[in-house]
Design a protein around this ligand. Structure first.
Ligand SMILES: [Zn+2]
Length: 305
């Protein structure tokens, strides 16, 4: 059933012509697999992370900005953190990285909602090259990631949004439809509401199998064959971690000289692992001294495990 060109993961934008209803479809296979290769997650958490990755690409595509969108779930339960960062730039592929932190033993059948306590959902927008950063925090309510996001969009952005997410551990996929704020013209409002209700109903018939395995064109034809849908050219998505030697050095510098010296005395050198991509950065005594002298040159090479 797979009919994806050259293993590229793609995000498609579409609109329902002459209405304020628009949508996105995304399918992540390589992106998900590369993210999962860097960490050993119980299978329930793999699915939740995949769904959150698909959601980040869908939401990022609805924002008219270049920059990073970070979706985070923080909790005091066995699951401590689930985080996905999606960076978009009009000219290049959408870049996604993701990781999870948990404590103790997690069973494969346990999903996100079995593992959280006093959980919060955070959404952060960090526009690159200027613009105001934004952070919204809401309690993690509902029993699916899509419900949490739909409620968030309605409450914080006043935008009607419906989201369907699916992940089988190998691929993750999602469908989003959104009704942009209404115009003042009453005639249009009724028509737009009719379109929204009809299109939401049609979209809700999507199955996990269709979402995960069919090309975007086929999905849209199956769901909306009587609607006037315009599909835009796809964007590609890929796994990419933005960690660098410089960013790790900057982070270490903030710990202060005393702290760095005491780590070196205790362990011989300083090792920092990137949770997203598993890269290992090592700084010895000389590196650390240079670092505190505000050296900005790269002083060691990453050691990828
Ligand atoms: Zn990294």
């Amino acid at each position: 059933m797979k009919n994806k060109s050259a293993n590229l993961d793609e995000l498609h934008r579409f609109v329902f012509e002459n209405t304020p209803v628009r949508g996105n479809l995304v399918n992540l296979t390589q992106t998900l697999q590369l993210a999962l290769k860097k960490q050993k997650l119980p299978s329930g958490l793999r699915k939740s992370l995949g769904e959150l990755m698909a959601a980040s690409a869908l939401l990022s595509a609805t924002l008219k900005m270049n920059g990073a969108l970070v979706l985070q779930i923080q909790s005091k339960g066995a699951l401590k953190l689930l985080v996905v960062e999606c960076t978009s730039n009009k000219d290049t592929a959408i870049k996604i990285r993701a990781t999870a932190k948990w404590e103790g033993k997690i069973l494969d059948e346990e999903n996100l909602f079995d593992l959280v306590e006093h959980a919060q959902f955070m959404i952060t927008l960090d526009p690159k090259g200027g613009g105001q950063a934004y952070q919204g925090i809401v309690p993690l309510e509902g029993n699916s990631i899509s419900t949490v996001l739909e409620n968030y969009m309605l409450r914080s952005e006043q935008i009607d949004t419906k989201i369907w997410l699916s992940c089988d551990g190998n691929s993750a996929a999602g469908l989003l439809i959104q009704k942009l704020p209404e115009t003042m013209n009453q005639e249009h409002v009724t028509h737009d509401l009719d379109t929204w209700n009809r299109v939401s109903h049609l979209a809700s018939t999507i199955t996990d199998d269709e979402l995960l395995n069919l090309p975007a064109e086929t999905i849209l034809t199956r769901l909306f064959h009587e609607e006037d849908v315009r599909l835009y050219e796809a964007s590609t998505t890929q796994f990419f971690c933005s960690c660098t030697h410089k960013s790790v050095a900057n982070m270490l510098r903030m710990l202060g000289n005393e702290e760095l010296q005491s780590i070196i005395e205790e362990r011989g050198n300083i090792e920092v692992h990137c949770d997203f991509c598993n890269a290992l950065y090592t700084f010895d005594k000389i590196d650390a001294a240079q670092l505190m002298a505000h050296e900005t040159t790269v002083i060691a090479s990453p050691n990828i495990h």
